[in-house]
Structure formats: structure tokens, C-alpha cells
Design a protein around this ligand. Structure first.
Ligand code: UT7
Length: 352
């Protein structure tokens, strides 16, 4: 579907905002059920469902890496928006194809976007919200008219398949949005809130492979290439940070909790989703639930959930996005669903 470019020019609008023009998503086709994991690990479908709400997740095949997932989600978002070009690509990921260079330039080349600026944002599970807030600023400041914001992660590349504490939780995937500029009357991104607390960096990390390992006298830093998470403490910090950040962004947007139509929180754990919704006084049935199908997909989690929910989101409705992840880092975004392009019938997001 081809759509006309928005009818604004640089400096021609008085209140310029960033709106979501299209959404796209891609998850690799290999589905791994709780029952399958229970054959390899000391776990059970009952434990995983009760403790996390997850029923299955998707794993990359041998021929697929983060850039492949990201490029496909990006292509789908651009097709949905009906655009062939963007001015910038921001990729949120903590599982880049290589430790150096960034993955976003490869993704831009794979989509055929020419020499646009493209860079990675590393805020683990909060990455997409960080990237979205950044894309919003880039558009508001008139540095760009259209930005492709992607969240993509391949956690199977860093999770120890024999560690039942993490292997049951994470899945691979990518989601993307096309952000465009529009007049303020169209709504769009109204408020953002970002934060971090590096004193909790040890709660979520991959010890090996970084500069710290090379400068450390601790040999275990070198030896462990796998992702580690202090689950219990992360749970508590996630609830606290997402609740408080959401409250700040609601205040920034001047929304009361009961006017939020869709709460799209980071899909880490159903129990976390429920507590955050309860803390905010937002009815649980307004919280989008997608983790049961795909697990925790880190930076892809929010755009995947958004693409999954998109057919049920109506023009002008209010969305509250909130995420928490390693760093630790967190963030929230308040936005109204674009009314300058019809987003109904998101048929090209794939089977998500
Ligand atoms: O994406 C970034 C944000 N991440 C999150 O928000 C994740 C937040 N954390 C969590 O969701 C939870 O901490 C988990 C679901 C990961 C774990 O729940 P928990 O209540 O923190 O459990 P736990 O790690 O303390 O483990 C409880 C018990 C332990 O056994 P013992 O020591 O009580 O005998 C674990 O060994 O459950 C055991 N256990 C398992 N049992 C069956 C841990 N993993 C499993 C498993 N299957 N997969």
C-alpha cells in the first residue's frame, strides 16, 4: 500500500510531533514450547506458566541473526506505513551481530535505505523505549522527518541453553515502527520518561566479551560468555521502576490512569504485568499480553506487543508504554495512536 507523504515541511507547522505511521514485526519460525524445554531441562510446563505466564517462545535458526530479524521487521513497518525511505534508523539491541561495529548500518543496507544515519541503542529490555524517545526528539527537533525505530534481540545467542533460570524465559524476535512528523493536533508521542541506575549493573549482565573482562584480574569474567540475571531482585526493581516511570509520564501527558486505553509494558513476566497494572490503577484487561506466545524478547518486546495489539487499537486511543531492563535502565512513553494514517488491519505484521 502506497501512501502520500505527509503534507508538512520543515518549519511549516507550529506544533510538530512524532506519530507512528506504521508497525511491523517478525519472529523466527521455530517455536519452542515449555514441554520441549522440559525434555532438556529440570523444569516443567506447570512451573514456567505459573511463575512467568510464558507458554512458548521462538528461536533463531542457524542462518538467522539479529540483523535478519530487524531488517524483516523494518521492511514490514515501512510497507505498512507505505513509505520507501526514511531519514534515520535507530536499532535497539543488546545482541548485536558483532561486538563491533553496530548492527543498524547493516540493517539499513539490507532494507536498501542507502546511506542514512544508522546506529544502535543498548538499553537491554528498555532499549526500544529509549530508541523511541530518541526518535521522537530527532523528529521534534527537525533533524529528520521520518525515522525507522527497531527493537530486535537474539537472546538465544547469549543465554546458556542449560540454565533453567534463563533459558525458559527468553525468545528471539524483532518489532519496528515508522515514526513520522505531523501537526500537534494529530496527537502522537506526548511525553517520555527515561532513567537508569548503574549501581544495579550486576543484576543483569554477560560477564565475558567486554572491555571489563580484559581489564579484570578475575578469570571468571573471561570464562562465562552467558547471560546472568538475579531474577528476584530484577523482579522487584522492574515493578518499582515501571510503576514510578509510568506515573511520571502520565503526569507529563496530563492523563489520568483511567484514560489509558492500552498498557503496553515490557513482556517479562505476567506477574510483573499484573502488579504494574494494579499499582497504576489500570484495569488488567487493558494490559496487552503477548509474552505467553513469545516469551521475553528484550528490546523487541514492546514493538512486538504493539504490532500484536495493533488491529484492536483504535484511532486516537491512548497508549502507555513502559519497560525495565539491564543497566539497570527504564523508560515510559505516552502516545496517542496516529490519526493521520489508518492503522487498522495490520495484515503484514506476520504471524505473531
Ligand atoms: O527482561 C528484564 C527484566 N527481567 C525480568 O523482569 C525478570 C524478572 N524475574 C522473574 O521473572 C523471576 O525472578 C523468575 C521467573 C525468573 C524466577 O522467579 P523467582 O520467584 O525469582 O524464582 P527463583 O529464581 O527464586 O527460583 C525459585 C525456585 C528455586 O528453587 P529452590 O532454590 O527454591 O529450590 C529455583 O531453583 O525455582 C527454581 N527454578 C526453577 N524450577 C523449575 C528456577 N528456574 C526454574 C525452572 N523450572 N525453569
Amino acid at each position: 500500500m502506497q501512501r502520500d507523504a505527509p503534507s508538512f515541511g520543515r518549519g511549516s507547522v507550529t506544533c510538530r510531533v512524532a506519530v507512528i505511521e506504521g508497525v511491523g514485526a517478525y519472529i523466527p519460525p521455530t517455536i519452542v514450547t515449555n514441554a520441549q524445554l522440559s525434555e532438556q531441562l529440570d523444569t516443567s510446563d506447570e512451573w514456567i506458566r505459573r511463575m512467568t505466564g510464558i507458554q512458548s517462545r521462538n528461536h533463531n535458526g542457524v542462518d538467522s541473526a539479529t540483523s535478519d530479524l530487524a531488517a524483516e521487521a523494518g521492511r514490514r513497518a515501512m510497507a505498512h506505513a507505505g513509505v520507501q525511505a526514511v531519514d534515520m534508523v535507530i536499532l535497539a539491541t543488546s545482541t548485536p551481530d558483532f561486538r563491533c561495529p553496530a548492527t543498524a548500518p547493516s540493517v539499513a543496507a539490507m532494507i536498501g535505505l542507502g546511506t542514512v544515519p544508522a546506529f544502535d541503542v543498548a538499553a537491554v529490555c528498555a532499549g526500544f523505549v529509549y530508541a523511541l524517545a530518541l526518535g521522537n526528539s530527532v523528529i521534534r527537533s527537525q533533524m529528520a522527518d521520518r525515522v525507522l525505530v527497531i527493537g530486535a534481540d537474539s537472546f538465544t545467542s547469549i543465554v546458556d541453553p542449560n540454565d533453567r533460570k534463563t533459558a525458559v524465559i527468553f525468545g528471539d524476535g524483532a518489532g519496528a515502527v515508522v515514526l513520522g512528523a505531523a501537526d500537534g493536533n494529530c496527537g502522537g508521542i506526548l511525553a517520555t520518561d527515561l532513567g537508569s541506575d548503574g549501581s544495579f549493573a550486576h543484576l543483569i549482565r554477560v560477564p565475558a566479551g567486554g572491555a571489563r573482562a580484559f581489564s579484570s584480574s578475575d578469570p571468571t569474567m573471561f570464562d562465562n560468555p552467558y547471560f546472568e540475571m538475579e531474577g528476584k531482585q530484577v523482579f522487584a526493581e522492574a515493578v518499582k521502576a515501571m510503576t514510578e516511570s509510568s506515573k511520571r509520564v502520565l503526569k507529563g501527558a496530563e492523563w489520568s490512569n483511567d484514560t489509558v486505553d492500552h498498557l503496553i509494558a515490557h513482556q517479562a513476566n505476567l506477574r510483573i504485568l499484573n502488579i504494574v497494572a494494579d499499582n497504576l490503577g489500570i484495569s488488567r484487561d487493558r494490559a496487552v499480553l503477548h509474552l505467553d506466545k513469545v516469551g521475553n524478547t528484550s528490546a523487541a518486546s514492546i514493538p512486538l506487543a504493539m504490532a500484536y495489539a495493533a488491529p484492536r487499537i483504535q484511532q486516537g486511543q491512548r497508549l502507555l508504554l513502559t519497560a525495565f531492563g539491564g543497566g539497570t535502565a527504564w523508560g515510559s512513553v505516552a502516545l496517542t495512536w496516529s490519526n493521520n494514517y489508518a492503522l487498522e488491519g495490520v495484515s503484514n505484521v506476520g504471524d505473531i
